[in-house]
Ligand binder design. Structure first.
Ligand SMILES: [Zn+2]
Length: 255
């Protein structure tokens, strides 16, 4: 989705580690996101959340996002497209790889993230069933419970057919199988705008889930930007020369 011309100057990021050539960086915005979750947990009144439980959001969010992105990167590597760049940022994570993969490969790469989230939730659920509740450390129980919930929600949310979520990538590459790539791109952009707007309104007025509403608004804006870039591209192709080329390169797997 991004082109070199449209990308603003990169904010600061820190290298955490690299594994088989795939780098894992964290942006300060990810730390703000984690801090926000801790503060929101502490702000809860009924039931009151102790500090040590609220602080569990740090390992829970970090490991959940990391597993999800590493699953994308692993399948990318499995298909022979080499190492990727994983970033943990304010909206979760993204896996960047400058590949040119076949549509069916892109679909499997996209599915890998949510599937890994569900597998992690299932594993936590299994361990919770095996542990004797009375004699197990309360922190461990809370950690496993939070991991299970977060990964179910994260997996489902990522499957929404809204670009650039995994579901949006699956929609784009699935459509590209049956219609022209340009038609698939325009259809995905507009389906994403309509669904993200609907999700945002539902989150704001029905669910009172303000964080989801902010993410939905950001998704509407991203897709609107994609639509504008597409129109500029069409105009430049009809009139002058190619200035930018929206959607032709592989998009990162966001979230
Ligand atoms: Zn993903």
């Amino acid at each position: 989705m991004t082109t070199e011309e449209l990308t603003p100057p990169e904010p600061r990021r820190f290298r955490l580690f690299s594994i088989a050539g795939t780098t894992v960086d964290v942006r300060p915005s990810f730390l703000i996101l984690v801090g926000l979750f801790v503060l929101l947990a502490l702000d809860q009144d009924r039931p009151r959340v102790p500090l040590e439980i609220a602080l569990l959001w740090i390992p829970v969010l970090f490991s959940s996002v990391l597993v999800h992105e590493l699953a994308h990167a692993s399948v990318i590597a499995l298909f022979g497209h080499g190492p990727s760049e994983i970033e943990l940022g304010g909206w979760g994570g993204q896996t960047v790889n400058r590949r040119r993969a076949a549509s069916w490969q892109e679909i499997l790469i996209s599915f890998a993230g949510p599937l890994s989230s569900f597998a992690l939730a299932l594993a936590c659920s299994g361990v919770l069933r095996l542990l004797p509740l009375e004699s197990t450390n309360i922190i461990l129980l809370a950690f496993l419970g939070q991991m299970r919930e977060v990964n179910v929600v994260w997996g489902i949310f990522n499957l929404f057919p809204i670009f650039p979520l995994d579901g949006g990538q699956i929609l784009l590459h699935g459509l590209a199988h049956v219609v022209k790539q340009a038609t698939a791109l325009v259809a995905t952009t507009w389906i994403s705008i309509v669904l993200a707007a609907g999700l945002g309104l539902a989150a704001l007025f029905l669910l009172k889930a303000y964080f989801v509403a902010i993410i939905a608004a950001s998704l509407v804006m991203q897709n609107w930007g994609q639509w504008q870039a597409w129109r500029r591209f069409q105009a430049s192709r009809a009139g002058l020369s190619r200035t930018d080329d929206p959607g032709q390169g592989p998009a990162p797997h966001s979230f």
